[in-house]
Design a protein around this ligand. Structure first.
Ligand code: LIP
Length: 277
């Protein structure tokens, strides 16, 4: 979709921003899928020996940046692999070229291209495309959350799940890349496990948040995520009626990201707070 090429970007309209995010995510997903077999050929490390980035992550980000700023030259952008630009249009893109890079490296089918558009600091449109399955999660403010998948025609409106109690709640979480952080996070999981139905660790915050929106999980929490990890997925969850919040008195993802089905959100937030005292 070509926006008017007048040099000045058109005023931000959430639906138009979402369409652009989807178009670009689809193209980036093709590149990522084509690079899967050679993912291990070129791997660098970032914050720790287990925090990796592949040449495909970098190529995906380069393509996404070119497409988004090609269509909207006055926008800002922040990408996981270093792309950073201050715009003049009031729109900023939050880009994770491959969320779940370790899964990508191991060919575990849970890695996604995640693109979100923020207007004046608020996320208004988001697309998360699971490259391995082709499932596309989308949302725009007030427009609801939807899932379209290659195996089903059309798209499905997402409304989350309704677990009866905390003990019946299926929880996902994630861990950082630093040893001492992982030790602390492991200790929290040990205390959480007897209090909920079970735990899942899928390895992609963007897909975890979308799974809560789709009712495939009842709740998710994770510490110290970056804006590109959660921006699009958190909007999908919120537009599906999921409670998206931080610890009591704290904003979402500062530092705790919590997404929970409304039927258990209050006791779940309390429990996560208790375990992180
Ligand atoms: C990943 C997150 C995941 C977290 C991992 C990692 P990446 O992002 O999506 O939730 O547990 O440690 O941060 O690095 O694959 O883009």
């Amino acid at each position: 979709m070509n926006l008017p090429g007048s040099g000045a970007s058109t005023p931000p309209d959430a639906t138009a921003l979402l369409e652009l995010a989807v178009d670009v995510a689809r193209e980036a997903a093709e590149l990522v899928a084509a690079g899967r077999a050679s993912a291990g050929d070129s791997v660098d490390v970032k914050s720790s020996p287990v925090d990796v980035v592949t040449a495909v992550d970098k190529a995906s980000e380069k393509l996404i940046v070119e497409r988004l700023l090609g269509a909207r030259p006055d926008d800002g952008l922040l990408g996981e692999e270093g792309a950073s630009r201050t715009g003049t249009s009031g729109v900023r893109w939050l880009v994770d070229p491959i969320d779940g890079t370790v899964n990508f490296l191991y060919d575990l089918p849970a890695y996604a291209v995640s693109i979100a558009a923020e207007v004046d600091g608020a996320v208004v449109a988001g697309a998360v495309l699971n490259v391995a399955t082709g499932e596309l999660f989308t949302a725009s403010t007030g427009g609801g959350a939807n899932l379209s998948s290659p195996s089903r025609p059309g798209s499905r409106r997402l409304t989350g799940s309704r677990p009866a109690s905390l003990a019946q709640t299926l929880v996902a979480t994630g861990f950082g890349y630093r040893e001492e952080q992982r030790r602390a996070q492991g200790a929290v999981v040990a205390r959480l496990l007897p209090r909920v139905r079970d735990i899942r660790r899928f390895g992609s915050a963007a897909l975890d948040l979308c799974a809560v929106a789709a009712g495939r999980l009842d709740a998710y929490y994770e510490l110290d995520l970056n804006p590109w990890d959660h921006a699009a997925g958190a909007l999908v969850a919120a537009e599906a009626g999921i409670v998206v919040t931080g610890l009591p008195g704290r904003p979402f993802a500062e530092p705790m990201a919590i997404a929970a089905a409304s039927s258990i959100a209050a006791p779940f937030v309390e429990l996560v707070a208790e375990l992180h005292q």
